[in-house]
Design a protein around this ligand. Structure first.
Ligand SMILES: C[S@@+](CC[C@H](N)C(=O)[O-])C[C@H]1O[C@@H](n2cnc3c(N)ncnc32)[C@H](O)[C@@H]1O
Length: 247
């Protein structure tokens, strides 16, 4: 997983460096984020955004469930002399009150939550934000699913995303269009015959739907783009990036 965050050949666990640089540049030049802001990066991974935002003069807290990612992020921060508060925790357990100017959640994390979990996260983010604070995140649209298509394949791996050792991958996609929901199922078989099933669920959004959800949870959409790097919004894009203000 950690390797997948850094791999510049694909956008597996994080987007590639050039896109991350463009995103940070866009958020700063459009004045969505400012020097001195207190930022909470939810699902910060190995700190690819947190470290850049700290370099730009923001005071950053990064939270991730992955011990390996947080250990890596902390080591990098120490090496670079960055004062970033990295916490290894479940972001559904945060308990901040009016602490941050902005909360960031990058790379479609919201799409992986059920409606109940999504609303729970929005309530935690709302509470964590100062008055007029902003929540910056992105969601995928049905367009992305259509581009990627339903996979139905198997392959053998010498070691990679799912396992360090040799394993067989059986991959199958399921579409539930009535709920804008998509399931990618992976059955992984180790050399010793052990089998594990991983199910990745994705809930896609339109601008109308995410705006409605935000409104119901105490936010107002300030800006919408087709990417966090500031691509002008047009209907039919594969991603929607949002800057939503706490009201
Ligand atoms: C797709 S990655 C994106 C990482 C980072 N935002 C980026 O774009 O480089 C999602 C991250 O969220 C973390 N994550 C998922 N569920 C989490 C949870 N409940 N609490 C904390 N972190 C979580 C994963 O460990 C992973 O690092």
């Amino acid at each position: 997983m950690l390797e997948a965050h850094f791999n510049q050949a694909h956008d597996g666990a994080s987007r590639r460096n050039a896109e991350i640089e463009k995103t940070v540049f866009h958020l700063i030049t459009s004045r969505v984020l400012k020097k001195g802001d207190r930022i909470l990066d939810l699902g910060c991974g190995p700190g690819l955004y947190s470290s850049r935002l700290c370099f730009e003069g923001m005071k950053v807290t990064g939270i991730d469930l992955s011990r390996r990612s947080i250990d890596y992020a902390r080591a990098q921060a120490e090496r670079d002399g960055h004062d970033i508060d990295y916490i290894c925790a479940d972001f559904f357990n945060i308990d901040y009150k009016e602490t941050f100017d902005a909360v960031l959640q990058v790379y479609g994390e919201i799409c992986t939550f059920s409606d109940e979990k999504r609303d729970l996260l929005l309530s935690l983010v709302h509470r964590a934000l100062k008055e007029n604070g902003i929540f910056i995140f992105d969601v995928s649209t049905r367009e992305l699913r259509m581009q990627e298509g339903l996979k139905n394949r198997w392959y053998f791996s010498e070691g990679g995303f799912w396992r360090p050792g040799r394993h067989l991958v059986l991959e199958e996609g399921f579409d539930y269009p009535e709920n804008d929901t998509w399931l990618n199922q992976y059955i992984i078989m180790d050399e010793d015959g052990e089998v594990k099933v991983y199910r990745l669920w994705f809930h896609d959004y339109s601008l109308e739907k995410i705006s409605r959800v935000l409104e119901q949870n105490g936010f107002r959409v300030e800006n919408a783009w087709n990417s966090l790097s500031g691509e002008f919004y047009r209907k039919g894009g594969d991603w929607i990036a949002i800057d939503a203000r706490k009201v």
